[in-house]
Design a protein around this ligand. Sequence first.
Ligand code: SF4
Length: 344
Amino acid sequence: MGPVTDIGNLIFAELRAEFDGWGEPAYRAKQVFEWLYQKGADSFSAMTDLPKGLRQRLEDTFRLGVLELAEQLRSEDGTEKFLFRLTDGQLIETVLIPSGSRRTLCLSTQVGCKFACVFCASGAGGFERNLVPSEMLGQILFLRDKLDVRLTNFVFMGMGEPLDNLDNLVRTVRIMNAPEGMGIAARRITISTVGIVPAIEKLEGLGLQVSLSLSLHATTDELRSRLLPVNRKYPLAAVIKAAAHYARTTGRMITIEYILISGLNDTATDARRLASLARKLRAKVNLIPYSPGCGPGFRPSPGPRQEAFLQTLESLGVGATVRRSKGGDIRAACGQLAGKKRGS
Ligand code: SF4
């Protein structure tokens, strides 16, 4: 059996400490990080400016995991979905969303999900396991290095609840952020959450300066607990308080995600309550018309009601947009493709 530790799970300080222990000079760790995260090396033998002995030692000590592409689908609207097979055969999906000069990558953080939000295919399939940093970073490296996509923005909003895998997520963000790593500015990174309050507080304390996107979807505890069972544990008031604190401390803007479901959460009263919550957070709101096929018999709000909802928010001073769910024809929403494959 080969080495079990994937080098892609190590933050820079850890690799440097390992190299210290080997008696290697500090700049060697920097070279290796540059090979991994800037030059797209997918094997130790490709790191040609390292001494042969060091390459061999790396080979003997670490794995260098590379994701295997299982399927690639392209939507009529330009959205592309990538289904990756991990070394244990599990499947995850990554979505590339082009918009003007932006290329946003929507990254998975877990195989499946524990939280069972009623409109989400990832939740419906149950939870399998957390992704490790190399598997999250691998999604970026594949697109950037194998497909030559100039990625501009990164959202942890694919399969899984990112803050339920906080330690691995933080390592991943540190490697993305590090000048020796990918050198991606924190303001280009957004972490989405259903509102795991202790994890929001912990994230705030780490000083990472990443943006937070809150999946709200309802403005009362009664409805939110029906749509997102996690609300029974972390009710609205606690989530809003934690997010407001995060915004104040980090200076980062919060985004509220709100799926508009016909007859359920799309009345004028809902819009007014949402405006009040958004103002507390100084958040902007993304309204997302419900995508059929993601939940039990829901329907998207009709166009005029979406428009009225948007106007109510704007008239109350809240910045909002209606974001058409992209890639509907390739099942790009809510873990549908991996869910289908896992279930088949
Ligand atoms: S919406 Fe997010 S947290 Fe809820 S079940 Fe889906 S992946 Fe999990």
